[in-house]
Ligand binder design. Structure first.
Ligand SMILES: NC(=O)C1=CN([C@@H]2O[C@H](COP(=O)(O)OP(=O)(O)OC[C@H]3O[C@@H](n4cnc5c(N)ncnc54)[C@H](O)[C@@H]3O)[C@@H](O)[C@H]2O)C=CC1
Ligand SMILES: CC(C)CC(=O)C(=O)O
Ligand SMILES: [Mg+2]
Length: 347
């Protein structure tokens, strides 16, 4: 099975290196890898953040393992050349529309959560975030308005098929878990959200066994901190899901702990930590690689049909944490490579 390995920028290559070490031990030569340039690294090498050569590898691969993109050197570039376009281009170009972001507290990390231990310990949820639409992909630009002033605009738009297909992923995910789906929107002020809510209710007719609720996104942000244990599966749009998942990560200890899978309709997937390229800590050995290692486990489970191997990796991460290894984001002083060492030792 072929893996497209896309390290990207900043801490991306550092965390991918640790995930690769773990995969080498757990699945060995059952996987082969082809590395592709993405993000600022690709822009600097060939003048585009998502070169056709990388897309070609991505299309051929059975799964994609992605680090992160984003490079302060590229901040002044026009939008289509910015590193971040690489991840948007991969999601759109490969129809990767269903981003699953599980947030669960490893019991060993109760002290690292931003929440009180008794509140944090209840967090065990999945955010199902749509990733092919919303303001990230609507018409956008900067124009001069009638008053002669510059105005920026990003059209928020979802069509009913986009909503129903992600709603189905939400219902199926909930059905396989505790049977509760919370759809998060802003239907009190956004037409897009009103349609979202209507379509989710229509789809719910096919899932009478799943308990559906609706919540406005501002309340959802508050409830995630107040009582995260009330959520099983959250289904939401691209923007809201992006924000809520970073927030959920702190309930589970750190942004360096949350993995993700972004799947197409056939479970081909791109696997990546939810975090970005973290330029503030890049190159210092401070990055927590566990989100990426856990993303590799999700890849084995969802796209490669190797659930036992995925379980092994997740158990090794838990064992490493139980052994006391902690990167700075978790309140410790261990390096990126030392976290990788601890997971390998646990394996
Ligand atoms: N999927 C992707 O490739 C994403 C790319 N980005 C890009 O990354 C760049 C930086 O964005 P930020 O807003 O700073 O978000 P970020 O997620 O890169 O970093 C936010 C904060 O969390 C810390 N952090 C992130 N990952 C960590 C890890 N594994 N271990 C320890 N600490 C970690 C960082 O040091 C920073 O203080 C930007 O160019 C942004 O556009 C942001 C999010 C996702
Ligand atoms: C470039 C961003 C849309 C990436 C991001 O923040 C995310 O997917 O979580
Ligand atoms: Mg994000």
């Amino acid at each position: 099975m072929l893996i497209a390995l896309l390290p990207g920028d900043g801490i991306g290559p550092e965390v991918i290196a640790q995930a690769r070490r773990v995969l080498d031990v757990v699945v060995g030569d059952r996987l082969t890898y082809e590395e592709g340039l993405v993000g600022g690294a690709a822009y600097k090498a060939v003048g585009h953040p998502l070169p056709e050569a990388t897309m070609e590898i991505a299309r051929r691969a059975d799964a994609l393992l992605f680090g992160a993109v984003g490079d302060p050197d590229c901040d002044a570039l026009e939008r289509r050349l910015r590193p971040e376009q690489a991840i948007l281009g991969l999601r759109a170009g490969l129809s990767l529309f269903a981003n699953l972001r599980p947030a669960k507290l490893f019991p060993e990390l109760a002290d690292a959560s931003a929440l009180r231990p008794e509140v944090a310990s209840a967090i065990d949820l999945v955010i199902v975030r749509e990733t092919n639409g919303d303001v990230y992909f609507g018409e956008k630009g900067i124009r001069t308005n009638a008053a002669g002033r510059r105005e920026g605009y990003d059209i928020m738009c979802y069509d009913e098929d986009e909503v129903s297909r992600i709603a189905r992923v939400g219902f199926e995910t909930a059905r396989a878990r505790r049977g509760k789906l919370c759809s998060v929107d802003k239907a009190n002020v956004l037409e897009t959200s009103q349609l979202w809510r209507d379509v989710v209710i229509e789809v719910s007719a096919d899932y009478p066994d799943v308990q559906l609720s609706h919540m406005y996104v501002d309340n959802a942000a508050m409830q995630l901190v107040r009582n995260p244990g009330q959520f099983d599966v959250i289904v939401t749009g691209n923007l809201f899901g992006d924000i809520l998942s970073d927030q959920a990560s702190m309930c589970a200890g750190s942004i360096g702990m949350l993995p993700s899978a972004t799947l197409d309709a056939n479970n081909k997937g791109l696997y990546e930590p939810i975090h970005g390229s973290a330029p503030d800590i890049a190159g210092q050995g401070k990055a927590n690689p566990l989100a990426t290692i856990l993303s590799a486990a999700m890849m084995l489970r969802y796209s490669l049909g190797l659930p036992a191997e995925a379980d092994r990796i997740e158990a090794a991460v838990a064992k490493a944490l139980a052994g006391g290894v902690r990167s700075p984001d978790l309140g410790g002083t261990h390096t990126t490579a030392q976290l990788g060492d601890a997971v390998l030792a646990a394996l």
